[in-house]
Design a protein around this ligand. Sequence first.
Ligand code: DGI
Ligand code: FE
Ligand code: FE
Ligand code: FE
Length: 188
Amino acid sequence: PLSRPELVERLKAALKPARFEHVLRVEQTALTLAKANHVDLEAASVAALCHDYAKQRPDEDFVRVIKANHLAPELLNYGNAIWHGVVGAELVKAELGVQNEDILNSIRQHTTGAAFMTPLAQVIYMADYIEPGRDFPGVERARELTKKNLVFGVAYQTQQTLMYLTQKGKPVYPKTLATYNAWVPPYR
Ligand code: DGI
Ligand code: FE
Ligand code: FE
Ligand code: FE
């Protein structure tokens, strides 16, 4: 497997500077959350560094992988927002050599969440949302809740994201709805 410095170089080459800086902030935030939640620090680092690896790839790359790897054809109805994680994990596996399925699932689930998320996947989902460069209404609340209890953070982000998508009239990926049903009503 690639060392951390090697991974960092690969990410720096794959991403625009602002996106690369986001990735480094997600790594730092993920390490803090991992320590507080007894999650493997090495796994948190690799997952965080790789979570947006495919963000700047052209649509054709994702369409090719969806077809070649026989991923769900309904994915073709979505776009980069969904593809860079769900499909991007396949590129992380093929091009960066990451094999750990917990790490790959954390990358797959980082945008939409999932009905079942391991502690590592919860850490990456939240670190991406609350890293110090994020500035949107509710981010301070998200940081407080996540510090108190990782699961409260997951529920909060999931509810906020669904409200944002429906308020804007954007398409909701079915897994995003499944995440809502699994994480929000049970905790209210
Ligand atoms: O890649 P990042 O910008 O760091 O963050 P991300 O991968 O969490 O992407 C967040 C964006 O994805 C945000 O603008 C909302 C959007 N998103 C999340 N769930 C869905 C979605 N967009 C659509 N169309 N459908 C979803 O279900
Ligand atoms: Fe992302
Ligand atoms: Fe996110
Ligand atoms: Fe991100």
